[in-house]
Ligand binder design. Structure first.
Ligand SMILES: [Zn+2]
Length: 287
């Protein structure tokens, strides 16, 4: 059964570790992540962007697939199905379609409008026990065509949004989506510390987990980050393993063209990436 992200993240914050959000794109992705979480006895958050939701034929289809897998694979660790960077409309749809967690990314609205829309979604989600992530300070990266340092959130704005009753808060601290440029100055721990002081017990979320050095990840966790989003890294691992399989001509040997064989190395690569992240984040055996 799907659960909200609230309890798992509050436990993570208190226990000084982080739960990984791994974005899914299809059946193989989902299965690889769920099996790894179960094997490592770790809580897990499955992230679905609006684009990935469309690709997988709608949020209702995704919820159906994930619920089916949890049952058939005998998954007993806590699993949250979470909308990643949701629009106002997308968040409402996910609340109807069986997601257990949503992110409303209102960071591009003026703060007043971000607050009004976040409040409304908190009330709607609250009726169904669904957790809500809000964002302050847009996180840069290729997603919005900006390559370079991400925006840095204002700790007072973070406090304002945190007080609306959201479950967790994503705050820009120089992190970006996708690959980091060679001249990236690193995370703004000074800002993270101030935000942490302002928001108290509220779990903080770090987006753009791909390519942030392990020591920075650990320091961020020690300063209150309890959810870390991983997306690009699984994509790179999957593509690399698939390319190697084809370049080695394995699809031309026997029934190597069978999609279940063709996609298998990529699935194993996703599993290895998820395992590595869960170990780094400290969520192993925290289910
Ligand atoms: Zn993000």
């Amino acid at each position: 059964m799907l659960v909200s992200a609230k309890e798992m993240l509050e436990k993570a914050k208190a226990g000084k570790y982080a739960v990984g959000q791994f974005n899914i794109n299809n059946l193989e992705w989902t299965k690889a992540i769920l099996l790894t979480a179960q094997e490592l006895n770790s809580p897990v958050i499955l992230g679905v962007s609006e684009g990935a939701g469309k690709y997988m034929c709608g949020f209702n289809t995704v919820a159906g697939m994930v619920n089916g897998m949890i049952k058939t694979l005998g998954i007993t660790v806590p699993v949250a199905l979470h909308l990643d960077h949701g629009t106002y409309e997308g968040a409402k749809k996910c609340i109807e379609d069986g997601f257990s967690s949503i992110m409303f990314d209102g960071s591009h609205y003026p703060i007043e409008e971000n607050i009004a829309k976040t409040k409304e979604l908190v009330a709607l989600a609250g009726e169904k026990g669904i957790s809500v992530e809000a964002e302050v300070g847009a996180i840069g990266g290729e997603e919005d065509g900006v390559l370079g340092g991400g925006e840095v959130a204002d700790p007072d704005e973070c406090k304002m949004i945190a007080d609306l009753g959201v479950t967790m808060l994503a705050a820009g601290i120089g992190n970006i989506h996708g690959k980091y440029p060679a001249n990236w100055p690193g995370l703004r721990f000074d800002v993270l510390e101030k935000i942490s002081e302002k928001v108290g017990k509220m779990p903080l979320v770090l987006h753009g987990g791909t390519g942030i050095p392990a020591d920075m990840i650990k320091r961020a966790i020690s300063l209150g980050v309890s959810k870390i989003n991983v997306n690009t890294e699984c994509q790179l691992a999957f593509a690399d393993a698939t390319r190697k399989y084809i370049e080695a001509g394995k699809d031309l040997e026997g029934k190597g063209f069978d999609p279940r064989k063709l996609l298998a190395p990529g699935v194993e690569a996703i599993k290895a990436t998820v395992k590595e992240k869960m170990e780094l984040f400290g969520s192993v055996n925290k289910a």
